[in-house]
Each structure stands twice: as C-alpha cells, then as structure tokens.
Design a protein around this ligand. Structure first.
Ligand code: CTP
Length: 403
C-alpha cells in the first residue's frame, strides 16, 4: 500500500442514529484501506441501525458504546479515547448529537469524548432536510464551527424519508477531502489557483476529432492537492472521464479555443496558474457541419494553428506564479528550459511521456522541476497525487520568495 495522508493516523469514528449509519461501514473500510487505524464509538441510536459487531469486524478493534460499560470502567474510556486519537470524525452526525456538542453536554460516550478532546473534530450532518434547515440545527452548526469543528455540508437529494433537500450524508470522496484537509498544512490558504487538465478535442465533423492521450489524472490531482492545502481552485478541464475533486470549481471545455477563453477570462484574478493540460497545437482548418463521407473525400487534412495559451499568459502576467508542463520524449531538460524561457514561466514540470509508469494515462509520474532561477529538482517515481503535492511544495517556496 502506498503512503497516504492517512497512513498511521488514529481516527475515532462516531456513528449516530441516522439511517445513513449503514454508510459508516464503508467509511471504516475506506479509512483502513488508506492506512488509518479506526476506533468506532457508536451511540445508542447508531447501535439500533448497525450492530457494533459489524463495526468490530470491519475495524478489527473494540467498539465502544455505553459510557458506563463495566468492563471498561478502569480505563476511563471518554478521556483515553479523546487523548489517543489524531482526529474524531462523526459520520453520520444527527441533529441530537450536534445539539449535544453545541451546548457541551456529555451525557453519552461520544459527546463526552468530543468534549474532552483537543484533536480536530470533523462533523458530517445527516438527517431529514427540515431537521437540517431548522434554525435550531443551523444555530448549533454555527456554534460548533465557532468551536473549530469542521462541518461538512450534506448533499441534497431524495432521502430515505421520501423528502428532497439538504441532509444526505455526502459521498465518500467529499468526506475524505474534509478528513485529508485537516491533516494537510494550509499553506495555500487565501490563494486563488487556476489549474488546467486533460486533452482538448478539435472537431473535424460532428463525429470525429483530433485529440491526444492525456487522461487528466495529473491535472485533477493538482486541483485536489491545491484545494486540500487551502487554495480556492478553478479547474478548467478538457474532456476526461474522472470524478471532479470536491470543493473545486469545474469549468468544462472541449477545444483549445474554448480553453483559451476560459483561462484568459479568469487569469487576472488568479495568484497561481498551473497549465497541465495537453492542448492541441493544431485544429482542423474547417469543421464540416455534416459527417464527412469517404466517397470523393479529400484525403489531406488541412490544419490551423491554435494559440499557445501559456505563452499568452506569460505575456500578460503581472504578479502571478506561472507553472507550465513539458511533456517530452527526448531532450527533456533542454526542451523544458527552452519552454520556461520562451513562455515567461516561474517553473516548468518536465515529464517523460514514453515510460509505462510516467506521463499520459498512468497513475504514477516521474518529473523534474526546473525553476526560473535555474534550480533543478528531480523527483522520484511517485503517484500523481504525491507528485502534485511535491509540485506545490515548490510553488509555495516560490510564493514565499515573493510573488
Ligand atoms: N500549451 C498551451 N497552449 C498550447 C500548447 C501548449 O497552453 N496551444 C502549454 C501546455 O499546457 C504546457 C506547455 O504549454 O503547459 C507546454 O506544452 P507542450 O505541448 O509540451 O509544448 P509546446 O509549447 O506545444 O511545444 P512543442 O509542440 O514544440 O513541444
């Protein structure tokens, strides 16, 4: 298992009496898959939905329930549980439990542990939408946010009670982002970032297009990493089959011309721009309105050049940090340095597109970072998520050096 932000973290999962309690089973499994140790504390309501036995089997650990369980009395469970964990995640959190947290009640084990804890607390409300939007619950959520607890907004949609509205436990990817964010230094807080990702598609007729093998994985990993580090992120993406990261503004485009428009219209408001997209340098000079037929077709394809988006940003930039990518198959460093200078960049990420474990489509990458000041840093083979974090380590250092 590759190291994740959760490797070795001790997480206490509080499970309350909501129908969404069954989803807590997957939360336990997913946290453990990422290398976390999980201890479950289940409220009396939670235990009516899912048996503590299930949580014991999934967490491979003792499950805690009652405040006064005799066999635990000598261990002072509420204090030791609070002390022994790196984070408390309450998912699902009911209106009742949130109200307990808000007034500092300690009349069950979970609320007593939360009151006694000084580790981060992440709360994922899940309840009927009228209960969620009731002023009492909203005031309580505002209160616990003021205590420093991280409140994850619920999803909207059809609920078990057949009502629609906010109150559904969010998808795992959203909960995971909230959890990882707590363990990530917020060194991009207050920064606005624009990331581009994926290929572009240049249509030839209504069914055919020119494109490239970019999967978008590196760009999406960059957008997620920037969000986890506290940045406000706009992701301009060409066509990709990837789930967009939580809490990122996604702008979907198809062609290089559309990407040019989306990027240029946001550029002036940005602090940091990372142009990871594999933009088509050329497009068919004409896009036929109807499907081209092979009978009597002109077999030569006439191309028109697309504008170089990154070069345009380099010409226009004021205080922004501008990072480009150079996907190369030969003369990697020379090509990277040439593009860095020609496009007026602060840093370029040079990657080899030919290896099995690097570049397009793969889940890993091996890149070299070259800065404007001439520093060269060769990274080892990493997952694209780890590569994204390493790129931002360097970007943060550049920002620290004055933007
Ligand atoms: N890029 C861009 N607009 C283009 C082409 C490239 O913004 N029309 C950006 C890419 O997003 C990347 C960088 O420029 O950050 C380098 O792209 P790459 O395809 O490696 O190089 P090119 O500049 O296209 O040069 P060449 O085709 O000679 O390799």
């Amino acid at each position: 298992m590759l190291a994740s932000a959760l490797t070795g973290k001790k997480i206490l999962l509080g499970v309350c009496g909501s129908i969404a309690a069954y989803k807590a089973c997957d939360i336990v499994r997913n946290l453990r898959k990422l290398g976390a140790e999980v201890t479950v504390v289940v409220t009396s309501g939670g235990a009516r939905f899912v048996s503590p036995l299930t949580f014991a089997a999934l967490s491979a650990a003792k499950v805690y329930g009652g405040m006064f369980d005799e066999q635990d009395a000598h261990t002072i469970p509420h204090i030791n549980l609070a002390r022994d964990h790196d984070m408390i995640l309450v998912a699902p959190a009911t209106a009742q439990t949130i109200a307990r947290f808000a007034v500092g009640m300690a009349d069950d084990l979970l609320s007593a542990v939360v009151l006694a804890a000084d580790c981060p607390v992440v709360v994922c409300p899940a309840m009927n939408s009228k209960m969620f939007t009731h002023p009492a619950t909203q005031v309580n959520l505002t209160k616990i946010a003021a205590f420093g607890y991280h409140v994850v907004q619920p999803d909207s949609g059809l609920m078990a009670c057949k009502e629609e509205g906010p109150g559904r436990l969010p998808e795992w990817s959203v909960i995971l982002s909230a959890v990882e964010k707590v363990f990530t230094p917020q060194d991009l807080a207050g920064k606005r970032l624009l990331i581009t990702a994926g290929p572009t598609e240049e249509p030839l007729d209504p069914v055919r297009y020119l494109s490239n093998r970019s999967s978008g994985k590196m760009g999406y990993a960059l957008a997620r990493a920037a969000m986890l580090r506290g940045g406000e992120v706009v992701l301009v993406s060409g066509p990709c089959n990837l789930e967009p990261p939580a809490n990122v503004e996604l702008i979907q485009v198809r062609t290089a011309q559309e990407m040019y428009g989306a990027v240029l219209s946001h550029f002036d408001d940005m602090d940091i721009v990372v142009k990871c997209a594999a933009v088509s340098d050329f497009r068919p000079a004409r896009c036929a309105p109807e499907k081209l037929k092979k009978e009597g077709a002109d077999v030569r394809l006439e191309l028109a050049a697309n504008r170089d988006i990154l070069r345009a940003l380099g010409e226009r930039k004021k205080s922004q940090i501008l990072v480009g990518f150079a996907a190369e198959s030969e003369n990697h460093l020379e090509e990277g340095k040439r593009k860095l200078a020609a496009k007026n960049l602060d840093m370029i990420v040079v990657n080899d597109i030919q290896g099995e474990t690097t570049g397009f489509q793969s889940d890993t990458n091996k890149v070299t970072l070259v800065t404007r000041g001439g520093e060269i840093k060769e990274l080892e083979l990493l997952t694209k998520e780890q590569t994204a974090m390493a790129i931002f380590d360097e970007v943060v250092a550049l920002v620290g050096g004055g933007m």
